[in-house]
Each structure stands twice: as C-alpha cells, then as structure tokens.
Design a protein around this ligand. Structure first.
Ligand code: CTP
Ligand code: CA
Length: 224
C-alpha cells in the first residue's frame, strides 16, 4: 500500500477508458476486427486505479485479465462501445485507446454466407460512429479527453490534424510500423495545446504511468 498525498491522488475522479478491438459480425460465424491486444488501455486502467480513481473500462474482446479495482464493461461492436460509454457518463476524464473498427457490414447475414459458385460476395460496409469525437461533442463532455492515434505514415502530421479534427485535449500518437500490436513496449508522442512531446521507447506499463502522472498534474494545475 502506497500512501498518497491529496495532490497525487485521483480519488473521487471517475475515468472512462476504452480498450481493445471492436468486433463487427458479417454473419453468425465471421467478423471484421483488428490486431489490438488491449494492453496499453488495460495498463492505463490499472495505473489509474492504483492512483485511487474510479475506473470504468469499456473493452472489446481481449485475452488479458481485468486489472484490480477496475470495473470492466465488455462489448463487441463499436455501437455497443459507444452506448456503454455514454451510459457511463459523467466522467472527469475519458481515454480512448480502443481500436474501433471504422466500418461494419451494412447488413449482418442471419445465416452463414455460402459460396455460390458465382464468385465471392460483395461486402457492403457502412461507417461506425466515432466514439472519441462523439464524447468530445457531448453535453456531458469530460473535462479532459485523451485520444490515441495509430499511424503508419507521416505519424506526427496525421496525429496533429487528428487531434484538431476530433476535438480532444491530448492525443497520444504511436507509430505502428514496427509491430506495436500485442507488444509489451511502445514509442509515443503526446500532443496537446502547447505542442508535441516525444517520449522514449518504454514498456506499455511505463507509458501508462507517465500518462497518469500527467493527468494527476492536470488536476493540480489545468494550465500546466
Ligand atoms: N476512435 C473512436 N471511434 C472510432 C474511431 C476511432 O473512438 N470509430 C478513437 C480511437 O480510440 C483513438 C482515436 O479515435 O483514440 C483515433 O483513432 P484512429 O483509428 O487513429 O483515427 P480515425 O479517425 O479512425 O482515422 P483513421 O483510422 O482513418 O486514421
Ligand atoms: Ca480508425
């Protein structure tokens, strides 16, 4: 047990974290998803709970355990994730680490799609809601909104533009060209109102600790 002085504690703060992939069914046996392991989001949830925050973790399917002291709400699809997040408001902070599937099938086949001999089926996709952007525009917008951006090209330029487009306060950009998915380590840059700060490569648990340090500091002095 660590004893925290009031300034270092997030006690009394509710933090909402999204994590993992979303899974979008095509038919009863197939789905559209991605490689997200949930590791970075779960590490952040764990670090927040250690600091005394009340943590709601809205998570797609992952194979890692729920961190101690964290309330997890399991979801499958992007629309379920959004509904669970909205139901969890109000929150002081939201941190969107989830790799939300950008698209889903326009219609989910009620039976297994079969080969017909007439060539492969055409999948018609529609765009999923943007959870981060929706929470930013919500009348119950949390005071601090943090997004993540996985990029493979022009990482920092794309990330700067993404922060403004989505309307979040902080954006953590990571370069996913070199196998971040499922890995233990991560190299990120944090973009806020003041500009950009690049962090050295470190364990995802250390990225989580550093981010939580910044959140604690934000509540001590929001302008810092
Ligand atoms: N995000 C979200 N809901 C979506 C898509 C993304 O909440 N439907 C969040 C992610 O959790 C992340 C941030 O938005 O915090 C950026 O996600 P990313 O996939 O990098 O951005 P997109 O806007 O989807 O742009 P693209 O995939 O085209 O780069
Ligand atoms: Ca995306």
């Amino acid at each position: 047990l660590r004893l925290l002085t009031p300034d270092q504690s997030l006690s009394g703060r509710h933090v909402l974290v999204t994590a993992g992939p979303t899974v979008e069914p095509l038919d009863p046996v197939r789905f559209l998803s991605n490689h997200s392991s949930g590791r970075q989001g779960y590490a952040i949830a764990a670090a927040l709970a250690k600091r005394g925050a009340t943590v709601t973790l809205v998570s797609g399917p992952v194979s890692i355990p729920v961190p101690e002291g964290v309330r997890r709400i399991p979801v499958q699809t992007a629309r379920e994730m959004l509904a669970a997040c909205e139901a969890a408001l109000p929150a002081d902070v939201v941190i969107c680490t989830a790799a939300v599937s950008d698209w889903r099938a326009k219609d989910i086949a009620s039976g297994k799609i079969k080969k017909t001999g007439g060539g492969p089926p055409t999948l018609e996709l529609v765009e999923n809601p943007d959870i981060l952007a929706t929470l930013c525009r919500s009348p119950q917008r949390p005071r601090l909104v943090v997004g993540f951006a996985a990029e493979t090209d022009d990482v920092l330029q794309n990330a700067q533009a993404k922060r403004l487009r989505k309307g979040c306060d902080w954006l953590v950009a990571n370069d996913v060209r070199h196998g971040v998915f499922g890995a233990m380590r991560n190299t990120v840059s944090l973009i806020d109102d003041h500009g950009l700060q690049s962090w050295p490569e470190m364990d995802k648990t250390d990225v989580a600790e550093q981010l939580v340090e910044r959140i604690v500091a934000f509540f001590v002095n929001p302008l810092s």
